[in-house]
Design a binder for this molecule. Structure first.
Ligand code: SF4
Length: 702
């Protein structure tokens, strides 16, 4: 089913922003730039692009690019820089053990980069201290999937959005954060006026405009909401008893816990709650989409399982137009999960805690070792950098000094760390400034390999422009360091095609252990076939059968049955109403991405919202003597942050919202991530970015 792409003047590649994974047609304009269009043949977007994707051609400027390795403030040769990296890592491991070093990577790395980083750290260095900024994005979904399904498997596909009669968007501003998926829903709703959309979000967003019902849920109230739904389904005779009997464990315990819950924790009016229950229970084809409002919470994994419980209890899963659907924030969050790029996972959806899985991976890689315990997850990783347990860290393609919660502490930790290596396109990011060694990395238009989107579809990113200066690909630099550290054969890669073939062959282990990830037919691709590879979803099924999971059971737990979990909607005391002066919600704006290192280059992307701001309800503004456009001091973690006040009735009194993107480099404002909390979900390790307690006062310039 692999079809070669014709050789058009335009190069087919994939957008490097969100997890929709839109196909892009990029045509070199002969002046070093690219003309950008949506790829009409890509199944994810069918020619559509959002504002960010459309502006990709304006983000190719090379000013500020890191053009050569740097050791301290001096320019160095690659040989000198990588000898130093290999030597410092080797010596640190010899003196303090393998867990004294770490890699912190990114959902924007390509799968081939991720694969080599994971192989080097877990198979050869012998530590599981590799984690990713995807930990901040979708780790709670991973944990929830594993608890319910036995593997991190997204059951559905994008076509389900067009086939659904009811779409429930939970904690997801899809209109701004996954715009092309949102456009698909807008078009589907226009074509089928009977289709309904419900938006569950404490805040009114652009997504709410499409919704037939907006549920202004209390922060953290999602578990109570879906527990109320489970009770309504049971009491209304809507449970699919046959499906549950054949395929699901844990129904009684989950329902008993749901009955014990108090629906008041949702914070919803009885009318809104009953309308939600009426629509959900009265519609067979329901898709529940969820995103960071679910994942980025101290009870994020429980929220995920509360949603999965309702779909499992009714067999509304893996069928056309039905299922729970976690959408990923980053372009390759899914690819990183496939190759085990998280501190608690092995490649190919195998388990670090399983001795047989570890042995199989060790044999496949012909590796000297495989750690038998999870490594440090993102927040813990930087905590360990701060307390000296991790003495050498290599950060690739991400900017944790800005993006991690309580980012001031991360900066202090990196400042005190013995050895910090940063691979990045730019040498002056907030993180790169703290590095002992800076390595110039290739960027989107130069890189070559694969990414996997939210529906498990693997697409090629193709290099279109030559790397500037001495910039090199991440997989290449990692392999070079692996060879210098003493493993020349294991890291003797000459191309991303070679790495992809090895990864595809490795998925045989997933098949052998009865898991879900099968890419083995792709292990035989020639270089030219890899180059021409069209988008393809896993698992590869020889008969081309539908790519949905679980309609007929077949879960990946030891018993082959899904697990419903008893999850409590009760909130910790400090999250309840009135426990904090204000509750800070964070998120993205329509036209910017992460810390703006790319979108900040396109002037038109700053026309929508040009500076950092905080949305405050007018009643709170009156109480605080704030006027529109005043500067407010927002404070948490002992850190004051200055933000422009934007009056908004889209947030409730007592809640405020601020976008995540702006950094010290772009604005004189300090960064919002200094305010967020390091509290994490106990199962996923994902930090709570949606509910920090903050104080607010009018800025006093005197
Ligand atoms: Fe890129 Fe996402 Fe926009 Fe598609 S929806 S063009 S993947 S940012």
């Amino acid at each position: 089913r692999l079809t070669a792409v014709d050789a058009p003047a335009a190069i087919r590649t994939t957008c490097p922003y969100c997890g929709v994974g839109c196909g892009v047609l990029a045509t070199p304009d002969g002046r070093g730039g690219l003309d950008i269009k949506g790829d009409p043949d890509h199944p994810a977007n069918k020619g559509r692009l959002c504002s960010k994707g459309s502006a990709l051609g304006e983000t190719l400027a090379r000013e500020g690019r890191l053009l050569a390795p740097q050791i301290g403030e001096r320019t160095a040769s690659w040989d000198d820089a990588l000898d130093l990296v290999a030597d410092r890592f080797r010596r640190t491991i010899a003196e303090h053990g393998p867990d004294s070093v770490a890699f912190y990577v990114s959902g924007q790395l390509l799968t081939e980069d991720y694969y080599v980083a994971n192989k080097l750290m877990k198979g050869f260095i012998g530590s599981a201290n590799i984690d990713t900024n995807s930990r901040l994005c979708m780790a709670s979904s991973v944990a929830g999937h594993k608890r319910a399904f036995g593997t991190d498997t997204v059951p559905g596909q994008y076509e389900d959005l067009e086939e659904a009669d009811l779409i429930v968007l939970v904690g997801s501003n899809l209109a701004w954060c996954h715009p092309v998926l949102f456009q698909r829903i807008v078009a589907a709703k226009a074509a089928r006026p009977g289709m309904k959309v419900i938006n569950v979000d404490p805040r009114v967003t652009a997504t709410s405009d499409l919704a037939d019902l907006h549920l202004d849920i209390a922060p953290g109230g999602d578990v109570a909401l879906f527990n109320a739904l489970l009770v309504a389904l049971a009491d209304g005779g809507q449970v699919d008893a046959d499906y549950v009997a054949r395929h699901v464990d844990g129904f009684d315990a989950a329902l008993a816990q749901a009955r014990a819950d108090d629906a008041d924790a949702t914070g919803l009016s009885p009318e809104k709650l009953s309308e939600f229950l009426r629509l959900w229970t009265g519609t067979r084809k329901v898709v529940t989409i969820y995103s960071q409002g679910v994942n980025q919470a101290r009870n994020g994994t429980d929220k995920v399982n509360a949603i999965l419980n309702c779909h499992l209890a009714t067999g509304r899963i893996g069928r056309p137009g039905m299922g729970p659907f976690s959408v990923t924030g980053q372009p390759n969050a899914m690819g990183g999960r496939e190759v085990g790029g998280l501190a608690n996972m092995l490649a190919c959806h195998l388990d670090l805690e399983n001795a047989e899985h570890r042995a199989a991976v060790k044999t496949f890689w012909d590796a000297p070792t495989i750690p038998d315990a999870p490594g440090a997850k993102a927040v813990d990783m930087f905590r360990k950098v701060g307390n000296g347990q991790i003495k050498a860290i290599w950060i690739m393609c991400t900017n944790p000094a800005v993006s991690m919660p309580d980012a001031g502490d991360v900066r202090a930790a990196l400042r005190g760390c013995d050895f910090v290596v940063v691979s990045d396109m730019f040498g002056d990011t907030d993180t790169a400034k703290l590095a002992h060694v800076r390595l110039p990395a290739t960027g989107w238009a130069e890189k070559d390999g694969t990414v996997t989107n939210s529906e498990r579809r693997i697409s090629r990113q193709r290099g279109m422009l030559p790397p500037p200066g001495q910039a090199r690909h991440d997989w290449d630099v990692l392999s070079d360091v692996g060879r210098r550290m003493g493993w020349p054969r294991a890291f003797d890669y000459a191309s991303p095609a070679e790495i992809f073939r090895e990864y595809a062959a490795m998925t045989q282990l997933s098949v052998d252990f009865g898991k879900d990830l099968d890419l083995t037919p792709l292990a035989e691709l020639s270089d030219s076939q890899f180059d021409a590879m069209a988008p393809v979803s896993w698992p590869l099924r020889p008969d081309g059968a539908a790519q949905r999971f679980f309609a007929d059971g077949g879960f990946f737990t030891d018993t082959g049955r899904a697990r419903m979990l008893p999850v409590s909607g009760a909130l910790p005391r400090d999250m309840r109403d009135g426990a904090a002066p204000f509750r800070l919600n964070t998120g993205r704006v329509r036209d910017h991405w992460h810390t703006m290192s790319r979108t900040g280059m396109a002037p038109k992307l700053s026309q929508h919202l040009a500076e950092p701001y905080v949305e405050i309800h007018p009643a709170d503004m009156a109480r605080l003597n704030l006027r529109p456009a005043d500067i407010a001091t927002i404070e948490a973690n002992g850190q004051p942050v200055l933000l422009r006040v934007m009056p908004s009735t889209k947030v409730k009194p007592g809640a405020v919202f601020a976008p995540i993107h702006w950094t010290d480099q772009v604005a004189s404002s300090a960064i919002v991530s200094r305010l967020t909390t390091k509290d994490t979900d106990p199962f996923s390790g994902q930090p709570d970015s949606k509910g920090a307690a903050v104080s607010i006062r009018k800025f006093d310039a005197t």
